[in-house]
Design a protein around this ligand. Structure first.
Ligand code: GLC
Length: 363
């Protein structure tokens, strides 16, 4: 598998210094993808590529520390300039996985230059210090895309009484972008029309803060997340909007920073009526009416979430490897058959090599 991942990563490498997620479907640079790619490059024994990719992912950081979630490299197409209100990047962010990338590279013996560490710290500090918090002290997102979990049923509430439909959700996402409040230099600070502080996103802010040594900030967020555990549902919940209580795999990520509920969360990964799956945890609990194992973000296994659950200590590394191999390194796959879904091959599925080295012994 390591050979197939290496071949894919080289084929997806672009001269500007980043790996595209997929050459056809995702031809630009995405922030959390690139952070995962840096970890994959390091696991493949190519630390120079890892550092170049991490640095390029952070290159468009603004003066407040905000890092855009898509970069459109010079010379390429820029079809979304009107949507974002800027040419070369998007105007919202994604989970700050650069903290983990910095720490993981260092753990693998890579000498991460101080300017890259400084940018990573500034990126997490932007979310901690400038991003609006909710009433419980959790960090809000300004748009569902910031979570990386684009069509998750967690956001169905915002589709209104008609419920979720792909077309309706597309329109809602456009409308929500228009109400983002920004600093003088354009950094996204708050969105009164989407006042959501997701459990999964906050877990990743806290985890990345901890990875960068921002211990007290991480502990403070972890304590706020602890207050969001729901004993009946066996999950962390977002807040009081209806769909923020839907059981999704990303909502189990507080296990990264909060050991107290870890076993209650992870027991469900062994339960075939919950988050169990031969090829990894479905991204939506099987008991949810919205669960659909083949539909984008509404039930398949996502490799980056499975990797993060493995990092949190869940025994899912073998399932990630099995899914990556069976799906042909697909973007996401069916939890029971491993059938590849979405784009293929997809660079972040190379994370199977990372856990393969550490746990499954496949690579
Ligand atoms: C999709 C995913 C997002 C990811 C991007 C590139 O938009 O929802 O999380 O970053 O694809 O892989």
């Amino acid at each position: 598998m390591a050979g197939r991942v290496r071949q894919m990563m080289h084929a997806h490498w672009r001269p500007g210094g980043h790996t595209v997620p997929n050459a056809t479907v995702y031809p630009w640079q995405w922030l959390w993808d690139s952070c995962f790619h840096a970890v994959v490059w390091a696991a493949l024994g190519e630390p120079d590529r890892a550092l170049v990719e991490l640095r390029s992912a952070l290159a468009d950081q603004d003066e407040l520390g905000f890092v855009p979630h898509i970069r459109y490299p010079p010379g390429g197409s820029r079809p979304h300039a009107a949507l974002w209100g800027r040419e070369s990047s998007s105007s919202i962010t994604q989970p700050p996985m650069y903290g983990h990338a910095v720490a993981e590279l260092a753990r693998r013996g890579v000498d991460v230059p101080p300017d890259v560490v400084d940018r990573a710290v500034a990126g997490v500090r932007f979310l901690l210090d400038h991003r609006a918090r909710d009433g419980d002290g959790l960090v809000t997102v300004v748009h569902p895309w910031e979570t990386g979990c684009d069509d998750s049923p967690r956001w169905d509430h915002w589709c209104g009484d008609g419920g979720w439909g792909r077309r309706r959700w597309y329109d809602v996402k456009g409308a929500v972008l228009a109400t983002v409040e920004r600093s003088a230099c354009g950094s996204p600070l708050a969105n009164p029309a989407f006042p959501v502080a997701p459990a999964g996103f906050n877990a990743l802010v806290a985890f990345n803060a901890a990875e960068l040594g921002l211990r007290s900030d991480a502990d403070e967020l972890a304590a706020a997340l602890d207050r969001r555990w729901d004993d009946q549902l066996n999950t962390w919940v977002d807040g009081d909007h209806r769909s923020g209580r839907i059981r999704t795999a990303d909502a189990l990520l507080p296990a990264l920073v909060s050991p107290r509920r870890r076993s209650a969360a992870f027991d469900q990964l062994e339960d075939d009526a919950a988050f169990g799956g031969r090829f990894g945890p479905p991204c939506v609990h099987r008991g949810e009416p919205s669960f659909d194992p083949r539909s984008y973000w509404r039930g398949p296994v996502w490799p980056q979430l499975t990797y993060l659950l493995a990092v949190a200590g869940a025994p899912v590394a073998d399932r990630l490897v099995a899914g990556a191999v069976t799906s042909g390194l697909a973007e996401y796959w069916h939890p029971d058959t491993g059938e590849g879904l979405g784009a293929a091959p997809q660079s972040w599925t190379g994370l199977a090599v990372v856990v393969g080295h550490a746990g499954a012994g496949v690579a």
